[in-house]
Design a protein around this ligand. Structure first.
Ligand code: ADP
Ligand code: MG
Length: 883
């Protein structure tokens, strides 16, 4: 017998689980031992030693090692061993950097791992999907990616899209009945839900019958292609640039070698120097450091509650020029409280805060109770047409489910109504979705009488109502009644209240149960007005974004007036700003929308489909758009946007998968924090690119100038390699951890098309590089000409000047403006990195055994004076210009 052939009870019995209790927590571990964790096996990862070896696969490094080997064979042991050690240490550093980047990416994956809701020991709990075991009773809802193979035991209009498995993209309706046939293909097993497929509509409960590799997906998993490592645009740009830089570096070093040989230097000496110079000058490690910087930035973002799902988003974030954000839950708390009720043509006011069930109803300052006409039935209907549950934990009430629904439960509790469903049975439910903006249930009472209750956006329900409930019973809904109700809706909305209408209709047994019939000719009962207070940090975040040249746009399914009131409260809507609603959007062509979109700040009464149109219009205007979303239908807009943002708490799996950023706290302010971080990371990357390349330019030029002037080599190969290792290593890393400049959030967004050298970076690199090369050369010449017999002395001076010039210049790289605008002690990593480089420098100069290795000699105080003056010139000079 297959799972789909069994009845629900048989499935439960066979798996030894009761549907009301779920699995006992005690059994879970045993079952996991028996069936394994709920994961698909992945391919084995590359062994560590191979990763380490990969550090040396670079062509010039191989040439260097070969040249060193020859040097060793020719008897230059000390040089050979020193070079070997430096190359090895360099390899270790590269290896550890890569490991670190990898680890933080793995952690990221863990953080964004899917969560499932299962019933264990009578309690619904959330567990990571990989901890699900066979026999778990699981809850599935619209937007979920199904985490295991599940036999459906209860379905509320659930439809699944199974193309991942079957290739068929039309959703399949799911039910609970056993299928008696044999050999049914997965696509026809309509009482089963399969791992990896999507729920597009409705919700369901089921029992897990297969996990991990024992699922239909697991059986075909081996056929799936392994995903390639995706590189970010910046990494691509750098890889491109790297090729050019390699060429330039090789050409220049070749020039150094040729000129050197021409001036009479021994070929062999020049060759080793040239290769060392090439190794030092080729920024082969740049893409790796960029990845490290990106992933470190990602970790900082995690601390600020933003999870980056795609590394490329870190870069794009810094370019965002428009944030389209959902209002409900992202800009507001998503904690709804009914404050007002409109019933029998009267406004009742409700006291109480949040989900606390204490509170009363007032009509003109006099308390009313359940005897107020129609109040009890209205609140009862609100409770029946409801998908949330109200629970209490440690005296505090909280809502499990949609907060809008939860607010109605709390409102009912305030006159003592509790959901006791033994009197009413739900025959059918059409769940709420943002497209329809309403929800309906068909109820059967104890006397087998049926009726439908519909609740939803008032402007959706009113046209579907033909009657209304007054103090003395049901009446025909005439034009003037409608305008009274409209007036009440507007009144509530202007107070920033979210409005929900409730309506009903008695049904007879023969009535058809299709949507078109049951949701028409309704009897309008009343309105709820609920507040959803703005999150307190949002107003400041919007203002900060505005300063940063980023426009914030509110998108909501709520009433125009409600949206406007909240937008004004948040100071999001400028005086000449426009508010558009879904109807207006429908009537506008894409061109028309594009023309006005820069003036629009609020989109109200929109459906998820509109979001796509909005994203497109902004993009056509050249904007880089961040778009938030939570429901299934938001996924296309999220995908189309430049930075798709999903909600960690209220979001569905589908939107999370489509997004590149997940907000752990669903909070708008977190978007701003992430953008801030994104800009900072990019700036830091610019900082160390600038530092590394300027250093390399300096190194090459000092050699080139010396050769042109027919001088001896100012630096020997080990010194060049030492500079590459020490000066370029730690300080560059520390720049990647730098704090942002004060004005990063006051600059306009960066263009995503800007090149690596944009905004004057190229000039900064070349100009500083030239001056670093020149001062090193001058220091060398001065010393050498005074004392031509002591070449080591001149070389030590050149080496020290070069190192010092770089260690000072690194502080210049922290600012786009001037080195004097920044406090050097702000970045203690950098200070420590510079101090340790300095100590290492002193060691190779003053520690006698190392003097032999590094071709150095003692320096006097007078020498240091010269060195310090020369080495600070590049930074001090340029500190006075703004270029
Ligand atoms: P939002 O962007 O504010 O989340 P929605 O599309 O969720 O907008 O809601 C739009 C409108 O639908 C609301 O203003 C309200 O009138 C109605 N509505 C919201 N939630 C529910 C619900 N659970 N049941 C019935 N109607 C709802
Ligand atoms: Mg909503």
């Amino acid at each position: 017998m297959k799972w789909y052939q069994l009845d629900v009870d048989q499935v439960a019995e066979k798996l030894n689980v009761t549907m009301d209790n779920g699995l006992p927590v005690k059994q879970v571990a045993d079952r996991r031992k028996k069936f394994g964790a709920n994961v698909l096996e992945e391919e084995k990862s590359t062994p560590r030693w191979l990763l380490f070896l990969k550090q040396f696969q670079d062509f010039m490094v191989i040439v260097l090692l070969a040249a060193t080997l020859i040097a060793g064979l020719l008897g230059e042991f000390v040089d050979a061993i020193a070079i070997m050690v430096i190359v090895l240490v360099n390899g270790f550093i590269g290896y550890f950097q890569e490991q670190k980047a990898e680890k933080s990416l793995a952690k990221l994956k863990e953080l964004s791992a899917p969560i499932a809701t299962v019933l264990r020991d009578r309690e619904w709990i959330k567990v990571p999907s990989q901890e699900i075991v066979v026999g778990d009773v699981i809850r599935l809802s619209s937007g979920d990616r199904i985490p295991a193979d599940v036999r459906i035991i209860k379905s509320i209009g659930m439809e699944a899209e199974e193309s991942a498995l079957t290739g068929e993209s039309l959703p399949v309706m799911k039910h609970t009945n056993g299928i008696s046939r044999d050999h049914v293909d997965p696509q026809d097993q309509s009482n089963m839900a399969f791992m990896g497929t999507l729920i597009t509509r409705g919700s369901a409960t089921g029992i897990v019958v297969g996990t991990g590799m024992n699922t239909v997906m697991g059986q075909i998993a081996s056929l799936m292609v392994k995903t390639k490592k995706i590189t970010t645009p910046l990494e691509n740009k750098l890889a491109e640039l790297g090729k050019i830089l390699i060429f330039v570096a090789l050409a220049l070093t070749a020039l150094v070698v040729v000129v050197g040989v021409y001036q009479g230097h021994p070929v062999y000496n020049m060759f080793l120097a040239g290769v060392s110079l090439a190794v030092a000058a080729i920024p082969e490690g740049l893409p790796a450091i960029v990845t490290v910087a990106l992933s470190l930035g990602v970790q900082r973002m995690i601390r600020k509650k933003a999870i980056v799902r795609k590394l490329s988003a870190v870069e794009t974030l810094g370019c965002a020029s428009v944030i389209c954000s959902d209002k409900t839950g992202t800009m507001t708390e998503n904690q709804m409280t009914v404050k007002e009720i409109y019933l029998n043509g009267k406004h009742l006011y409700v006291t109480g805060d949040g989900y606390d069930i204490r509170g009363d109803y007032f009509l003109n300052k006099t308390k009313v109770n359940e005897t107020f006409p129609n109040l009890q039935s209205m609140l009862l209907y609100g409770m029946l047409c409801n998908h949330a549950e109200l629970h209490v934990k440690k005296g505090k009430y909280y809502v499990d489910g949609d907060p809008t629904d939860g607010a109605l439960l709390v409102a009912a509790r305030k006159i003592g109504l509790k959901p006791e469903h033994n009197e009413y049975r739900i025959v059918k439910e059409i769940p709420f979705d943002s497209d329809r903006k309403r929800m309906s249930v068909i109820i059967e009472d104890n006397n087998k009488r049926r009726f439908v209750v519909t609740k939803g956006a008032p402007d959706v329900l009113l046209p579907r109502s033909s009657f209304f409930m007054g103090e003395d019973g049901r009446k025909l809904l005439k034009k003037e009644d409608k305008s009274h109700i409209d007036h009440a809706i507007n009144q509530m909305a202007e107070k920033a209240l979210r409005t929900i209408a409730i309506a009903m209709k008695p049904l007879s047994k023969q009535d058809a149960l299709d949507t078109t019939f049951i949701e028409n000719d309704l009897t309008f009962i009343g309105l709820y007005g609920m507040i959803d207070p703005p999150r307190k940090e949002v107003r400041a975040a919007i203002a900060e974004c505005r300063n940063a040249g980023i426009k914030t746009v509110m998108i909501t399914g709520d009433h125009v007036k409600t949206a406007r009131a909240i937008a004004e409260n948040l100071q999001l809507l400028p005086e000449n700003g426009l508010v558009l609603d879904g109807n207006q959007l429908n009537q506008m062509s894409t061109d028309e929308l594009r023309e006005v979109i820069d003036q629009v700040y609020v989109f109200a009464r929109v459906t998820p489909e509109h979001k796509l149109k909005i994203v497109n219009a902004f993009q056509e205007k050249g904007h880089i758009v961040a778009m938030t979303g939570d429901g299934v239908n938001d996924a296309p807009a999220i995908k189309a946007s430049d930075i798709g943002i999903s909600m960690g708490q209220s979001g569905t799996d589908v939107t999370k998968e489509a997004s590149s950023l997940v907000l752990m706290d669903d909070n708008f302010a977190t978007i701003k924090a992430a953008i801030n971080e994104g800009r900072n990371i990019y700036e830091n990357i610019r900082k160390f690119i600038r530092y590394l390349l300027a250093s390399n330019v300096g190194e090459i030029l000092v050699m080139l100038f010396a050769m042109l002037l027919a001088l001896p080599l100012p630096l020997v190969p080990v010194q060049i390699l030492w500079v590459n290792l020490v000066t370029d290593g730690l300080p560059a890393m520390a720049l990647g951890l730098d704090k942002p400049e004060e004005d990063v959030m006051r600059r306009a967004p960066r263009s995503p098309r800007e090149g690596v050298f944009a905004r004057g970076l190229g000039f900064k690199i070349v100009s500083r590089g030239i001056v670093i090369g020149l001062v090193t050369l001058l220091a060398f010449m001065l010393t050498y000409q005074n004392d031509p017999d002591n070449l080591v002395y001149g070389q030590t001076i050149a080496f020290t000047t070069l190192v010092m010039a770089q260690l000072i210049h690194v502080f210049d790289c922290r600012s786009e403006h001037s080195v004097f605008t920044r406090n050097p002690f702000e970045n203690m990593y950098l200070v420590l990195a510079v101090i340790s480089s300095l100590l290492l420098l002193l060691v190779v100069i003053y520690f006698e055994p190392l003097q032999v290795v590094f071709h150095t000699t003692f320096l006097s105080l007078r020498d240091w004076l010269l060195i310090i003056v020369f080495s600070s010139l590049p930074t001090v000079l340029f500190g006075f210009t703004k270029k």
